[in-house]
Design a binder for this molecule. Structure first.
Ligand SMILES: [Zn+2]
Length: 285
């Protein structure tokens, strides 16, 4: 799933490519693509694109007076649509912009989603107050900018495993499965440590690790012409089970859950302890 660095770099890319272009039409291609009834997408017709922004893992396609909030979920992409085919593969919705006077072309963006889940979607919300409208209103603070004291307060409010906390968008916004693994490795903390034991010292370590991991991802992603696929993204532990840890040389281990994998280095993170599936399962209760 695209996480903060991928979504942020993609937002910047789309702003460069489409900023200032006037929206002609928004066309849902499935019944489930548009999640809201009011305000109507028509409110943006004829308006120039102010920018594509980001909140958490959401893209904010911002016009005045309405913003289209786009969530890519697992397999979604918002891509430049050159073919404008009637039934694009995996097509969910299309933004058609007014004809480019120089080229005579019709610039368009297509929201696609591969796979069968069909959970990607678009919410049309008032631009004033967008952050206080669903689906953005329940998000926690941004992972890139949260301060240690705020994070420590959130740790105290939500006693849970740290890996789960980092993936919970209501706790902290923008981190997913991959970044959670990378952050914990940098912070030298066990994925299963309880947030209630971390305090301000733990929050400081997590904030520092989070900023480093996000900066690394952003630097990589900003150097690309398009959004990376997960196997290309930089990292030390995620997807590297069996490889040597780049810090200490121990073997990177993984614990599989339905839907995600916890990757970690025993020496750096769990005092050398290897967490087998049957020993970690009790942490899930
Ligand atoms: Zn290590």
């Amino acid at each position: 799933m695209p996480e903060l660095p991928e979504v942020q770099a993609h937002a910047e890319r789309l702003t460069r490519q489409f900023g200032g272009r006037r929206l002609e039409r928004f066309v849902p291609l499935t019944f489930t693509a548009l999640k809201t009834a009011t305000p109507p997408p028509e409110a943006a017709y004829g308006c120039p694109l102010v920018e594509v922004g980001r909140r958490g893992k959401y893209l904010l396609v911002r016009f005045e007076p309405v913003t289209f909030v786009v969530h890519l979920m697992q397999g979604g992409r918002l891509v430049v649509d050159e073919k404008l085919s009637a039934k694009p593969r995996g097509g969910q919705a299309r933004f058609l912009f007014e004809t480019d006077e120089e080229t005579g072309g019709t610039p368009a963006l297509l929201l696609t989603e591969q796979g069968t889940e069909r959970r990607a979607g678009v919410w049309c919300v008032p631009t004033q107050g967008a952050l206080d409208s669903p689906p953005l209103d329940k998000l926690g603070p941004e992972a890139e900018t949260v301060e240690p004291d705020e994070l420590a307060a959130r740790f105290a409010e939500r006693p849970m495993r740290l890996h789960g906390f980092l993936r919970d968008q209501r706790a902290i916004a923008g981190v997913g499965r991959r970044l959670a693994n990378e952050i914990l490795h940098r912070a030298r903390l066990s994925p299963f440590v309880s947030t209630k034991t971390l305090g301000i010292d733990g929050a400081e370590r997590v904030v520092e690790a989070m900023r480093e991991a996000i900066a690394e991802g952003l630097e990589y992603e900003r150097g690309r012409p398009d959004m990376s696929s997960s196997k290309d993204r930089p990292g030390r532990v995620h997807g590297r089970s069996g490889d040597p840890c780049p810090v200490c040389g121990d073997t990177i281990r993984a614990v599989e859950y339905s839907g995600y994998t916890v990757s970690y280095c025993p020496t750096c993170q769990t005092a050398g302890k290897v967490l087998a599936d049957n020993t970690t399962s009790r942490f899930l209760k």
